[in-house]
Write a new protein. Sequence first.
Length: 179
Amino acid sequence: MNKDIEKILVTEDELAKITKKLGEQITKDYAGKKLLIVGVLKGSIYFFTDLSRHIDLPCTIDFMQASSYGESTVSSGEIKIIKDIQDDLTGFDVLLVEDILDTGRTLKYICDMLSKRNPQSIAVITLLDKPSRRVADISADYVGVDVPNEFVVGYGLDYNQFYRNLPYIGVLKGEIYNN
């Protein structure tokens, strides 16, 4: 285990099972639809990649990048779109792939923004859900696992751009980010 990790919340094997199960469910739910899978960068990259391999449907992919954290462990509440989708969403069933649904501010902002572009539908899938921290009126249509109100990293999630490459989800030791 990485010396900066207090404990592992979701193991590599558990992540593989979660992505397979969710991918199979998406395959059933979106059969016959015009699916566009949108990864919310950077945190969703590993989940997005593994999940998309388990979706047995013709689909297109794209990415968005938004930020509200900067170098902090707490969202500023100010959403900044860094990379947007350029394609017309008319007629697409959009599936937003998120690493963690925390306060919900960023995801709500993205959903509201994309809904103005005439998609057939917008749904949200998140690997991790932290409902105890929700302040925006949004929930995920698909959830990998609920997590407690702890600062988690790994499998795409970061602290100050580090720890994304851990193959599991772990709780970062407080002394790392409380200095």
